[in-house]
Design a protein around this ligand. Structure first.
Ligand SMILES: [Zn+2]
Length: 358
């Protein structure tokens, strides 16, 4: 029978799918998770009961021993088996040579993206107020409003799978999207991160190549990629805006102030962009330097190797790639030719040379 591995997180009390870097895991047969989830739900309800209230105490007294029995049965079940497994050799933990510099770049890029969002927020509010002035306030009762807001959130969740239908006349207005300072700051930060990647490459590879060519290739990359990235960020915002504004229009009693709380701006999103794109700047730098190396030394075989941080945040996409070596122009796994392997990826690759096997 196929089984999936989980680990027990003592801090949260949850079972989590096994990533990489854990020393212990529980092998749990499929199906048993349903029981565990049911117990977790019951425990949740139990913890909410007010035991000074006689009625609720009676419910607690009946449910608590039952729940204890179920937990006991699960732990004794032959379907669950604790396996001790050292996944990482502690002596071989990877240390990102750029970790310190990257942290600074993460912070810088997060601030740049947040600033872009901060510019957009008042513009959106102004446009909503001009478009639906009657929605600045509401005369619905608090209860009606709460139900309305809950419905708006539910419809927003559902809209992940459906198309928004409301036509927003100002959605494509240039003042909402053009932000020259954002474009310039983004490009410069990506370029500086790439340049740092090239410096690290130079220090590690110790083979003289024409670095002025590599640096100019990095500048071209930063310019082209910034254009693509900014468009991608704004497209995502536009889609999220379309959904949030639709929920606002379709929910009676929802005010413009409420609508602003549904907007797709936040530090989380800015940080995600920062981590992902700094990862990309470094791997792009390695690729560009590797291409120059291959050009100047055609007899050498240029290879790249994937490294994860090997901490407990490494995911199931990147974990198996750790240490993998492929040719400069090959994919590490289908469709993944270099980090980032996914959004929020903190991996890096290192380009080196090997003697060609004749
Ligand atoms: Zn990764």
């Amino acid at each position: 029978m196929a089984s999936k591995s989980y680990r027990y997180n003592q801090k949260t009390g949850n079972l989590e799918p096994l990533g990489y870097g854990y020393e212990f895991s529980y092998e749990i047969a499929p199906g048993i998770m349903e029981y565990i989830n049911a117990v977790k739900k019951t425990l949740n309800v139990l913890s909410m009961l007010d035991r000074t209230n006689p009625e609720q105490k009676a419910i607690y007294d009946t449910l608590a021993p039952e729940t204890a029995k179920v937990i006991d049965a699960i732990l004794k079940s032959p379907k669950i088996r604790q396996v001790k497994k050292v996944i990482w050799d502690k002596d071989k933990i990877n240390h990102d040579p750029a970790a310190k510099a990257k942290l600074e770049f993460y912070k810088k890029l997060t601030r740049i993206v947040e600033k872009h969002f901060d510019n957009q927020i008042p513009i959106i509010r102004g446009k909503l107020e001009a478009w639906k002035p009657e929605r600045k306030s509401t005369d619905l009762s608090d209860e009606q409003r709460t139900i309305g807001l809950l419905n708006a959130h539910v419809s927003l969740l559902r809209s992940k799978y459906t198309k928004a239908t409301i036509d927003i006349p100002w959605l494509l207005d240039a003042d909402l999207w053009s932000d020259d300072e954002f474009d310039a700051d983004m490009m410069l930060t990506l370029l500086h991160a790439a340049e740092n990647g090239i410096d690290l490459f130079e220090a590690a590879v110790a083979i003289g190549i024409d670095y002025s060519l590599v640096n100019s290739a990095a500048a071209t990359w930063a310019r082209k990629y910034t254009y693509k990235l900014v468009k991608g960020i704004d497209d995502t915002t536009r889609q999220a805006l379309q959904k949030a504004v639709s929920a606002f229009v379709e929910t009676p009693g929802m005010t413009i102030g409420d609508a602003m709380k549904l907007m797709p701006f936040g530090t989380d999103r800015a940080q995600t962009v920062a981590v992902t794109e700094i990862t990309r700047a470094y791997s792009s730098a390695n690729r560009l330097a590797g291409e120059q190396l291959a050009k100047e030394f055609p007899d050498m075989q240029v290879v790249k190797q994937w490294f994860t941080n090997q901490d407990d945040r490494v995911c199931e996409i990147c974990g198996p790639l750790n240490g993998k070596k492929v040719g400069l122009n090959e994919d590490f796994s289908p469709g993944i030719s270099e980090p980032p392997g996914h959004v929020n990826c903190r991996c890096w690759d290192s380009v080196t040379t090997e003697l060609r096997n004749e």
